[in-house]
Design a protein around this ligand. Structure first.
Ligand SMILES: C[S@@+](CC[C@H](N)C(=O)[O-])C[C@H]1O[C@@H](n2cnc3c(N)ncnc32)[C@H](O)[C@@H]1O
Length: 288
């Protein structure tokens, strides 16, 4: 008698092969001495992102529950954070060395992702009732060496942006780049630690929106500390945008626990999980 495999057994099969694929990429990336951009490294990261973003009709819960994936999860997110930092630094250097920084950045391979994500954030903010006024200002926490998200939000919302990063080299590089990308000075950068109330308070002062980049707070406890610090200094009514990750995308970026957002004094308004090319989920909340 011919038996037709049930949908669930088909799902299990593809979950097993996807676990194998993701774990294999994890091992190959972990074995590299240097994660700086190169054709080989870019291909490994590209495959990993593709596996986590484009695997449809897969039982995500089964993949995330797989013991090998559970064990690799923290390391995967760390590898992605390190790779993203090195990629951004590489492109920031290239833009600084070129005669036309914008022209150089038009070849940045993830430019379209940054544009789509900031567009989603601007629309999610509008959906939550945010309207930028003449006194509006955004604080972008975790801008990195290539503060593209901050610049794109400045352009989309037509507001000034204060960028914060704890890495002094990243701050120095992004400061020089901002002089080229936004010569009128409406996007500035300072060094500060997001989890420290004194550190973050000056940057958040006068801002009606605070954006927490996905890689600020790699563990739940670090993310909670950053949320608590922002909650301690933000005025009532301030909008908070937190970049998070859902399902398999949480193997690339830390996922935010909505309870931690509430406990930091914010009222969550919406949580948007993209299903297309955008990797990060977007949570919008307001300071109570
Ligand atoms: C890879 S980058 C930039 C993110 C990306 N440019 C974006 O637009 O989302 C993440 C940055 O977050 C910064 N960062 C991480 N934790 C932080 C913290 N607790 N306080 C301040 N900056 C932090 C790191 O130094 C790093 O430069």
């Amino acid at each position: 008698m011919v038996t037709v495999p049930s949908v669930s057994s088909g799902w299990r099969d593809s979950a097993v092969s996807l676990c194998h694929r993701i774990h294999n990429l994890y091992e190959r990336l972990s074995a590299q001495d240097d994660l700086a951009p190169s054709p080989a490294i870019d291909a490994l990261y590209g495959d990993l992102v593709h596996a986590c973003v484009h695997s449809v009709d897969v039982d995500c819960a089964a993949v995330l529950a797989d013991p090998r994936i559970r064990e690799a999860r923290k390391g995967l997110v760390r590898l992605c954070a390190d790779g993203e930092f090195l990629l951004e630094r590489h492109w920031a250097r290239a833009a600084l060395l070129s005669d036309d920084a914008w022209e150089m950045l038009s070849s940045f391979p993830y430019l379209d992702n940054y544009q789509q994500l900031t567009r989603l954030e601007a629309h999610a903010l509008a959906g939550a009732g945010y309207r930028a006024g003449p006194a509006s200002r955004v604080c972008f926490v975790g801008g990195g060496p290539l503060p593209l998200s901050a610049v794109l939000l400045h352009q989309r919302l037509a507001v000034g942006v204060s960028v914060v990063d704890r890495d002094v080299d990243a701050v120095e590089m992004s400061g020089r780049l901002l002089e080229r990308l936004v010569p009128d000075g409406r996007v500035s950068v300072v060094a500060a630690e997001a989890t420290s109330v004194p550190g973050i308070s000056r940057a958040v002062d006068g801002c009606d929106v605070v954006v927490l980049a996905a890689l600020v707070g790699m563990t739940r406890s670090e993310k909670r500390q950053a949320l608590d610090a922002v909650g301690a200094v933000a005025e009532p009514g301030t909008y908070l945008v937190v970049r998070s990750a859902e399902d398999l995308r949480s193997l690339l970026y830390p996922a935010v626990d909505i309870r931690d957002v509430r406990e930091a004094g914010f009222l969550p308004e919406m949580l948007v999980h993209p299903l297309g090319e955008i990797v990060n989920s977007v949570l919008v909340a307001r300071r109570r």
